[in-house]
Design a protein around this ligand. Structure first.
Ligand SMILES: *Cc1c(COP(=O)(O)O)cnc(C)c1O
Length: 432
């Protein structure tokens, strides 16, 4: 596989960019080798600077659910570009996108747009604290909620259940109010709530997607909703990954619950930097200018980003791809399992809607601990064989693979062939 030009850029980039990247996963650290540099993308395909073509399962970690450069979306963006890029005053697009978001999520009467998922979540936490007058928050080990100080604990890293900062530079004081519970384990939440009267909120990913894909059990979700309600604690659904991806109304619609505050990102901007948080009126009225919780942004609600979000959501509504995603994901699951069986490899396939993920382990993956039993060396071999065979997967065992509407049947058959080759390569490597 030719990666000469990527290597050249990687070498050059390292001088003035940290690790030659602007987000760590792009450095391919956990799979080794040279990180690819992208030239362009169209539809289901992405092309690196060496001209290699890949079927794209990264989809920019979620936003590009319609595939790259969808023609309707592109036309819309171009139209709005002609009016100017940012004004520091409000535009109609913000209202339209707000209406679409609130229609899709019954738990949201009002929404505030920000520039990233990280910003959405950190604002939601501030809001929960402002509303309840309490300080502590409970999060689950292995769930990722962006890189704000208070949430960089057990955020898919090895620090697991210890309430220690998951990153250097995070002061102990910033995480002393963060309590860690176990995903799919309601007792671990109950225990914290019994021991702490100062809890403002429980934050969770309705479908965990940052420790690989981990689905909650029905009981866990229902009990989590009941327990938080009964304790006067707000429930924050971080749907930055799942919003408009699992279903138009997000994972909450599928799971049949309504959180108190919902966070969005990724798909809602269709590839432009947009995040959002929203809740019922009574809670959102705490936010400035209506209330006393301050939160602002120079580029928040950016008109081009809004137009991209609106066009993306409209296309999704029109196409309603969610049943097809389910079918494609089921096909991939069967392909992965068959190839693993054929080659005598232990494999778990977890999936939910358009998110899928294979773990190289015997153990059923239900939480962060079981996710970590996965053999990341095997994943590394698998990953590079998939790349060689024209499939771009996220370069980490613990990132979800994303399906998009631009993927064709032909693409998916090609992926199956790549899986067969890659799984055999994993087995061959084992024998050596
Ligand atoms: C990606 C993600 C975030 C962070 O969003 P950014 O836009 O990267 O800041 C937060 N929560 C979840 C669940 C995510 O998947």
């Amino acid at each position: 596989m030719k990666l000469e030009k990527s290597l050249e850029l990687y070498t050059r980039g390292k001088k003035h960019l940290v690790g030659a990247v602007n987000s760590p996963v792009r450095a391919f650290k956990s799979v080794g080798g040279i990180p690819i540099f992208i030239e362009k993308a169209k539809g289901s395909k992405i092309y690196d600077v060496d001209g290699n073509e890949y079927i794209d399962f990264v989809l920019s970690y979620g936003p590009m659910i319609l595939g790259h450069r969808n023609s309707v979306v592109e036309k819309t963006i171009k139209k709005y570009m002609r009016n100017g890029y940012t004004f520091g005053a409000s535009t109609k697009g913000e209202i339209i996108l707000a209406e679409m978001v609130c229609d899709a999520f019954p738990g949201m009467d009002k929404v505030r747009f920000v520039n990233s998922g990280t910003e959405a979540v950190l604002s939601a936490i501030r809001l929960a604290r402002a509303y309840t007058g309490k300080n502590k928050i409970i999060k689950f080990a292995g769930c990722y909620h962006g890189h704000s100080d208070a949430l960089l604990v057990a955020a898919g890293s090895g620090l697991a259940t210890l309430s220690l900062p998951g990153s250097k530079g995070v002061p102990d004081d910033a995480v002393k109010n963060t309590l860690i519970a176990e995903f799919n384990n309601i007792d671990s939440v109950e225990k914290h709530l019994a021991e702490n009267k100062d809890v403002a909120a429980v934050i969770f990913e309705p479908i965990a997607g940052n420790m690989g894909v981990v689905e909650p059990t029905k009981e866990f979700i229902e009990e989590l909703r009941d327990l938080t309600k009964a304790s006067g604690v707000l429930l924050i659904a971080d749907e930055v990954m799942t919003g408009f991806r699992s279903k138009f109304g997000g994972a909450q619609e599928l799971l049949g619950i309504q959180a108190d505050i919902t966070c969005l990102g990724k798909v809602v901007g269709g590839g432009f930097p947009v995040g959002a948080y929203g809740a019922r009126n009574e809670i959102m009225e705490m936010v400035a200018p209506l209330g006393e919780m301050y939160q602002a942004g120079t580029l928040s609600g950016n008109p081009i980003a809004m137009s991209c979000g609106i066009a993306t959501l409209k296309e999704l509504q029109k196409r309603d791809p969610y049943k097809d995603f389910e079918k494609t994901a089921a096909f991939l699951e069967r392909s992965l399992k068959a190839a693993a069986k054929e080659n005598g490899i232990d494999l778990q396939v977890n999936r939910f809607g358009s998110m899928i993920n294979a773990f190289f382990t015997k153990e059923k993956v239900v939480d962060f601990k079981s996710a970590q039993t996965s053999d990341t060396i095997k994943f590394k071999t698998f990953f590079w064989k998939m790349m060689e065979n024209g499939v771009f997967l996220p370069p980490s065992q613990f990132e979800a693979w994303f399906l998009g509407t631009a993927m064709t049947k032909r693409d998916i058959y090609k992926v199956r062939s790549a899986i067969n080759v890659a799984m055999k390569a994993v087995a061959d490597k084992e024998k050596k």
